[in-house]
Design a protein. Structure first.
Length: 125
């Protein structure tokens, strides 16, 4: 399935900026690959991908397409994505997020974002 671009706007000086793509989950990797493809068209200084939870299949697909882009994740979970899909209730809520393991992963994710903010300041979008 193809990723759909809804909105794309970058600063005029993108060539001098580090870009941090933040996505809660890296399941199949298709959306992340499409986002990096699009960003590479405008030639940013660097690109990094940050996610809370990643599936091994998504990591593998992403790295095959963009081996030059580093992935930072709080947790890798082989059981989170059956058939490359995230299983949630009919109301759209994912019960797995309430477990202590995912609460810990969320704390790590927030700390990663704080770290990137401290290191890069206002240079990333």
């Amino acid at each position: 399935q193809m990723a759909i671009e809804y909105y794309f706007k970058v600063p005029l000086d993108i060539e001098q900026r580090d870009v941090l793509i933040v996505d809660p989950m890296l399941a199949t990797g298709n959306s992340a690959v499409a986002a990096v493809d699009r960003l590479k068209e405008v030639n940013p200084k660097s690109i990094k991908f940050l996610c809370l939870l990643a599936a091994p299949e998504g990591i593998e697909h992403f790295q095959q397409q963009h081996p030059d882009v580093q992935i930072y994740t709080a947790a890798i979970d082989e059981r989170a994505f059956g058939r490359s899909r995230i299983y949630c209730t009919r109301t759209g809520r994912c019960g797995r997020w309430l477990t202590p393991r995912y609460a810990t992963a969320l704390r790590h994710y927030v700390n990663l974002i704080k770290l990137f903010s401290a290191v890069y300041g206002n240079t990333f979008i």
